[in-house]
Design a protein around this ligand. Structure first.
Ligand SMILES: [Ca+2]
Ligand SMILES: [Ca+2]
Ligand SMILES: [Ca+2]
Ligand SMILES: [Ca+2]
Length: 683
């Protein structure tokens, strides 16, 4: 269980009566205390407009304002914590916002020809949301080249995603001069990186007490009881961490895990099991409503705030779609940069560990009333699915995973919006989890076992040799097969991994006196904040490097058009037959099937610089069908009457696959064809 301060993830403490509002239920609980109820209603009526007003105060992205990262930290709030504290490298420490800002500024200063860093929004905590743009050449060219966008830190708790993003930026600029593949990438494509969208919440990692949450700083009444941020967590044992507490209580839903009493497991009422423990986040019930820490500071998870499948009135979804300055700025950036063909998002959603499901292609829109009867697509178009499958394979290969694992999906995510509304390839990855760590440990053990053995004994991919962990698991399971149930199996495996690789992540349960539970046994402990969503510091470098490998591979899959052949054949006096072949030398097609369904990706077109009246067949602008990747080709033929011309310029414009310019040479006095050498996009 992850410690996320979003009350949706908390164990249910007291169910509201069916069909009643929380406010009504609360009033009923007061047992007819009319005065209290009246005060509550009055308070809620007073505070609701405040909630709305707070949203109106939300600063909108400052259009056109270019904020550059500071050369020195003086421009940043003075209360920032500088990381890494021991001057070690970022491979073993997470980035604070100050360190991130300074670091990006440094990279931009050292590589002005390749890297530009600007702020696209400012958080409520007055922190800038940085955008790193990478690519060689003039701005106009960079904006029309095939582009990839990486967004990390969209959920505040994701620190490793930010580390991976920065590591990728550094890898690309460092290898630009030494590696021809990287040089080709930055010369012909544009890379956009937003290393940390939720800057405020990431600061919780460096705060005292350390608090993990996915929500931003916007004051929101998450439990909809009319009071805003009225019950947040407290550090009861003074260890500087907001962890968990368990309370021995007959009203609890949990029992101790018989195999490991550090863990709790939900009582199975169908088996006659009676709950003995409450399992809560650390803190007291500040508003005395018999819920603990149900409405802490802040309130909107950016990755639930986007239009596709947006969950209205969900506690962390925000007042409306793209209601926050950061999400609004991100959406505007995406809409304003139509050349973005691939988006990778690091967050809780994941469609790379496991290939997502598909849906049949939507029928092609035709004629009048073409939107009538069309329904929103619930799943990825089956024609696009192979690309997701291939990307998933690349991802697992880069990470070192041997098999598919469980994916994750949530309402209102940025990544779903990108695919389902914008029609772009949208890859979502949870950059690290204990489950992934267990698989990586298994793979490492297998590798170590295979290495000292004889070289002829190649590791068999299908028949996995049993690792030490697996054998240990087997022993335990055989020993206690009779009395151990499977309910907590994954949690036990994870705790075992933490015991071995990061024992400091789990705080031993420690009894405390709790004012809400006088005379009852209350213990504080469990997983540290951020420990289940980010690898232990010593592993940052390794995990980031695996992601860097994947991100580079993804960027290399962008589509890219070029002119394969131009032919002009003289048919008669000033009349020519022209053939233009356009090919896609990238991997992805010039548009996904869903890009055409949404009509957000315009067709690739050939524009010939000649008056329309000169065309005996064809026209000045020709829309091409989708050109498949790996040298797929589209051909267009024309018959033109071109007196007094010996050459005609043309260009090919693709929304996602770049642009190319060419020249049609007209062979005046010959009937044979002439192949013109197309000029590529300017360098
Ligand atoms: Ca509340
Ligand atoms: Ca709140
Ligand atoms: Ca504590
Ligand atoms: Ca409460």
């Amino acid at each position: 269980m992850r410690l996320i301060v979003s009350h949706r993830k908390f164990p249910p403490l007291a169910d509201w009566p069916a069909g009643s509002t929380p406010l009504f239920a609360f009033a009923r609980k007061q047992g007819g205390r009319l005065v209290g109820w009246f005060l509550l209603v009055a308070a809620s009526l007073f505070l609701m407009p405040v909630a709305v007003a707070t949203n109106q105060l939300n600063p909108q992205p400052r259009r056109g304002a270019v904020v550059k990262p500071p050369a020195k930290s003086a421009a940043l709030p003075a209360d920032e914590y500088l990381a890494p504290p021991d001057n070690c490298c970022e491979a073993t420490s997470y980035y604070s916002n100050r360190y991130l800002s300074e670091h990006l500024a440094l990279v931009a200063r050292e590589h002005p020809d390749l890297v530009r860093v600007v702020s696209i929004a400012q958080s409520l905590g007055k922190r800038e949301v940085w955008l790193v743009e990478m690519g060689q050449g003039a701005e106009a060219d960079r904006k029309t080249r095939p582009a990839m966008l990486l967004v990390a830190g969209i959920e505040g708790a994701d620190l490793i995603g930010c580390s991976a993003a920065v590591a990728w930026v550094k890898r690309l600029v460092e290898q630009y001069k030494t590696c021809s593949d990287i040089a080709e990438l930055l010369d012909t494509k544009t890379i956009y990186v937003i290393p940390r969208l939720n800057a405020d919440t990431a600061e919780g990692f460096f705060a005292q007490p350390k608090l993990e949450t996915s929500l931003n700083n916007k004051p929101v009444d998450n439990d909809q009881d009319g009071l805003i941020d009225e019950d947040g967590p407290e550090d009861l044992n003074g260890d500087g961490l907001i962890t968990w507490m368990r309370v021995e209580d007959r009203e609890g839903d949990y029992v101790l895990d018989p195999a490991d009493d550090r863990l709790l497991v939900k009582a199975d009422h169908l088996k006659g099991e009676v709950g003995k423990w409450r399992y809560l986040t650390e803190g007291i019930d500040n508003d005395r409503d018999e819920q603990w820490n149900e409405d802490g500071p802040g309130g909107v998870n950016f990755n639930r705030n986007f239009p596709y499948n947006y969950e209205f009135f969900a506690p962390d979804a925000g007042l409306h779609q793209v209601s926050e300055a950061e999400t609004r700025a991100l959406a505007e950036f995406v809409v304003g940069h139509t050349n973005i063909g691939i988006v990778v998002t690091y967050g809780a959603a994941d469609n790379l560990l496991k290939t997502p499901g598909s849906a049949p292609s939507a029928p092609a829109p035709s004629g009048e009333g073409r939107s009538r009867g069309r329904k929103p697509t619930p799943a990825i178009d089956q024609n696009d699915l192979p690309y997701y499958r291939v990307m998933g394979e690349k991802y697992r290969e880069s990470l070192g995973l041997k098999k598919e694992m469980e994916g994750a999906s949530y309402p209102g995510t940025f990544s779903d919006w990108i695919y389902f509304h914008r029609g772009r390839l949208s890859l979502a990855a949870c950059p690290w989890s204990p489950a992934v760590a267990i698989e990586l440990a298994k793979a490492n053990q297998k590798k170590e076992k295979a290495e000292p053995g004889d070289s002829t004994d190649a590791p068999d991919q299908d028949k996995e040799p049993k690792s030490a962990t697996e054998e240990g698991d087997k022993e335990v399971s055989q020993k206690s097969k009779t009395d151990q149930d499977k309910r907590n199996e994954q949690q036990r495996k994870e705790l075992k991994w933490f015991d071995e690789y990061a024992p400091e992540a789990f705080i031993r349960w420690q009894p405390i006196e709790h004012p809400d539970f006088p005379g009852q046994r209350v213990e504080v402990g469990g997983y540290c904040p951020f420990s289940q969503s980010n690898p232990p510091p010593g592993m940052i470098g390794d995990i980031a490097a695996r992601h860097v490998d994947f991100l580079t591979k993804v960027a290399q899959q962008l589509p890219r058009i070029s002119i394969r052949k131009v032919e002009a054949k003289r048919l008669g006096e000033d009349v020519y037959e022209i053939t233009i072949q356009v090919e896609n030398t990238g991997f992805l097609p010039t548009s996904l099937a869903h890009g055409q369904t949404t009509r957000e990706v315009y067709p690739t077109r050939i524009i010939i610089e000649m008056d329309n009246k000169c065309f005996l067949s064809g026209s000045r602008i020709t829309n091409l069908p989708t050109i498949q990747g790996s040298s797929g080709m589209a051909e267009s033929r024309y018959v033109v009457h071109a007196p007094n011309r010996d050459r005609i310029n043309f260009k090919v414009v693709s929304m996602l696959a770049g642009q190319a310019e060419g020249i049609i040479e007209l062979a005046k006095n010959r009937s044979s064809s002439l192949v013109a050498r197309p000029s590529q996009e300017p360098k």
